[in-house]
Design a protein around this ligand. Sequence first.
Ligand code: ADP
Ligand code: MG
Length: 621
Amino acid sequence: MKIPIDITSGEIKTSDQNLSKTIIGIDLGTTNSLVSYIENGQAKAIPDASGKRTLVPSVIYFNEQNEAIIGDAAIEMQTIHPERTIYSIKRMMGRSYNDVMKDGITHGYKVIAPESEEALVRIQVGEKFFTPIDLSALILKELKKRAQDFLKQEVNACVITVPAYFNDAQRQATRDAGKLAGLDVLRIVNEPTAASLGYGVGLSRDEEKTIAVYDLGGGTFDISILKVEDGIFEVLSTHGDTHLGGDDFDQLIVEYWKEKYGINETSFSANDFNQTLRMAAIKAKKILSSESKASVTINDLKLELSKSTFDELIDNLVQKTIASCKQAMEDAQLTINDIDLVVMVGGSTRVPKVYDEVEQFFGKKPYTGVDPDEVVALGAAIQADILAGNRKDLLLLDVTPLSLGIETVGGLMDTIIPRNSKVPIRAARNYTTSVDGQSNLRVTVYQGERELVENNRKLGEFILKDIPPMVAGMPKIEIAFILDADGILTVRAKELRSNKATQVEIKSAYGISEEEMALMLLDSIRNAEKDMSQRSIKEAVVEASMVLNATDKFVKQNVDIFSESEIITLAEKAEKLQQMVIQENKDQILSAMDELNNYSRPLAERAMDRAVALALKGNKV
Ligand code: ADP
Ligand code: MG
């Protein structure tokens, strides 16, 4: 089926309709956030009051008066008051307590289970409770304030970037955080798309390029393959790992030191032993980006690390990112030669080994001209500029990471928007009823790659009501999926004969982690054969049920023209088919169905002859 791409649905609305004001671009990162704007057509990161630092660590410290202190000042408190210092909040956006616990990452602060399974996780600081949205809003407020102080004007509108794999719950949570911070979020943009814009790639009309964006940050890794043509950005594929980044490098260094020097809690005095070691590891890691040896001291304990040892420690993790690159290339159905340029994003791409491995894999020197910490935010500002109407010739298309579809008879998944489709997108398919006079139709929406819905993830359901009574198969029900530019899905069902319609915006209560997503994909590949056979069994069962119903109806209508033995034989053959349906054996179902059909065909012809004869007679009278 050909899927129309509806690029007009990405229109913007603003609450004040005043687009002449500056729209800021925000990179709300796991580790660091920053804000940027356009000055004289150039994207610029907005610095702090000192004019030197643009990065705002995504860390919040609540002081004894419960005031939120954000950024560098909060970082210092991580070792002193870990229970009051919140970091990596982005990992929890739009996710349930169970999802977060599955990560197995321990925090110095308290993450608590909500009252209901559906609710988002909460973070407890002292007597107060916060959702991840509340906390992200605090960071966004700080960025907004920074922008207002610097630009000396009120700022109300922004573009915020999110990882390409963020699902609708995670995007919605990000949007809500913006709202809470007093910002009108005009668009949620995928980070790799912003990064590519940040490099100025695709800003001229006649450019046609295929780009690999490699983003290794503090806690996450992303690879995206983009295509730019005629000023249109398309994401061809994405892959990655939400639990792989610079934090893991730090952890490996800590473990290495603990073992090498036999360090334990008594080795030095510090308020928080683990945090202090972590800070030392980060220091050493950064030194190794330009030196071949690093040495850091805690009190009088000297800790050393050579570049070659560090490279060995992180080798596995770096290879994992390369495996993701391979997968993304396969998903995009491209070979290395198709890639015109490689873009490096994220602080961890400063690690020389990372750079070298990426260069080797893609066979070309990656772009590093723009600061890898700032490039996403700069791109967000360019996107904001496009939305403000200053660059009318640009459009942005992104991609959906998992297939979206509905459940059909037999528990089968019917995909409406395939995985890796570009968004915004509208796709529709026609369905019908399975029972005579059916007045309601339940539409259940799923996400995933497996053939049976029970193996996929349910996103929501609704009921199309008051379908006028019709024979099964008569109603023509169009189910349309509209995935907007932010990746938020609206599902519409409409009975075309009666124009009865209903629609729902799918907001899953909580999201799906990158790991789960990877698992679902892996699962679908591993189980492809089994799924296909299960699917064909289910299809045979559905077909057999239809044949059995029709046979039953047909015997009842024609009982007068069939002999008793014919009726008995028909009943026996129907019974046999029924048995095979119960046993769910596809081949036996098909052969029993053939047998029944072969036997009933001449009977059906006889019944038909009579019907025709009756009709002719009727005509004559
Ligand atoms: P995020 O996108 O997750 O917010 P960033 O892109 O800001 O993250 O990257 C933060 C990570 O980059 C941290 O793990 C930090 O330690 C690491 N990093 C920053 N500078 C360097 C450097 N010079 N060498 C190695 N790693 C670095
Ligand atoms: Mg980032």
